[in-house]
Design a binder for this molecule. Sequence first.
Ligand SMILES: *Cc1c(COP(=O)(O)O)cnc(C)c1O
Length: 355
Amino acid sequence: MTLYSINDLKARLSRFPRKNLISLPTPLHKLERLSAELGGPNLFMKRDDLTGLAFGGNKSRKLEYIIQDALDKKAEVIITWGSLQSNWCLQTAAAAKRFGLEPVLVLFKTYELPDGPDGNLLLDFLVGADVRIRQAQKGKVIDPEHVRSYLESVTAQFRDKGRRPYLVSVGGSSVFGSMDKPLGAISYVQAMVELWDQAAEQGIKIGAVVHATGSGGTQAGLTLAAKALDPRVKVVGISVSDEKEAFAEAVLAIGRETEQALGLDLGLARQDIIVLDDYLQDGYGAVTKDVSRAVRTVFQTEGVVLDPVYTAKAMMGLMDLIGRGYFRKGENIVFVHTGGTPALFPFGRSLLKNL
Ligand SMILES: *Cc1c(COP(=O)(O)O)cnc(C)c1O
C-alpha cells in the first residue's frame, strides 16, 4: 500500500478543473463548550455550512467541479432530483443560475411535509428553478433506478426542443447521466487536503472525522484521502437513510472510481468504509426527540445551527459514540458541518414539539 504526500494529492487534484463558486477554505473551529459538556475527545467543526452559496453546504463544493463539467460539455440545462427539501437541489439551482444555466429540479415527497414555499423549496422558487414535484416512498432516499425512466423523459423533453441538458445524479455523487467522473467525491478529496493543511497550521493531529452520509460522495472522497495521507485517521459516516451494508457498498463503488480517476493505488476495500446505521431512528427526514435535542445542544453551547435531516442526526451519533467511549480522551475529532440549515424551518413545529 502506498502513502501519498499532500503535494502529490494536490497535483492530482489540479488536473480536474473547477469553477470558482464558493469561499475556501471553510473555517475549522474548536468546539470548546461542547467538548467540555460531553467530556470526551476534543471536538472541532469543519464549517462546510459556510461555503457562501445559497446558505452553504457540502453540495456547493461538489458543484465547483460539476458546473465546470457541464459548461465544458456545452450544456444549457441542468436536470437533477432529490427529496422535497433537498439541499443538493437548491445548491444546484443557485450554482446553475450563477453560470447562466437553467435548473430543472424533480423533487420527490419522501416525508410528510407540505409543498408550500418554505425552507429550500421557497429558495428553489425564488431562484427561478423549474420545479416538478412527484410522490415517493416515505422514509427512504430515492433509488435512481426507480426514477430513471421519468428523468430520461424530462431530459428528452429538453433535447426535443433543441436544448442541451446535463443530467446529474442526486447528491452529485454517483457516476450517472452526463457526469462521467465521480466529481462530487473528488471535491471531498480536495476538502480533506484542505482540512489537513488547516490541522497542520493549528498544530493538531486529527484522530477521526465524523459526518452525515447520504448519497456517498462526501464519505468516499474523505475516506480515500484519509487512506492516502494517513490510514490511521478514521472517517465515520453516520447514515441518515440506508442500512449500512447497502450503503457501504455504494460508498466503496464511488471511492474506487475516485481512486481510479485520480490514478491512486490504494486498494480501497470494504473494511476501509465505516458506516454506522444505528442512528436512522424513524427513517430519512423523521425529526425525533434525539435529533431535536442535538440541534438544541449545539446551538446552545456553540451558537451553531444544525439541520434536522443530516447534521443533527450525525451529531446525535457522535454524542452517543462519545458516551460509549468510542474515541480516546484527548483525541481530536473533526465533525464536518455539511450544511442543510434552510431545512430547519419547514421542520420547525416537529422540532419544538419534541423539546
Ligand atoms: C447531501 C448532504 C449530506 C450527505 O452528503 P453525501 O455526499 O450525499 O453523502 C450531508 N449533509 C447535508 C446537509 C447534505 O445536504
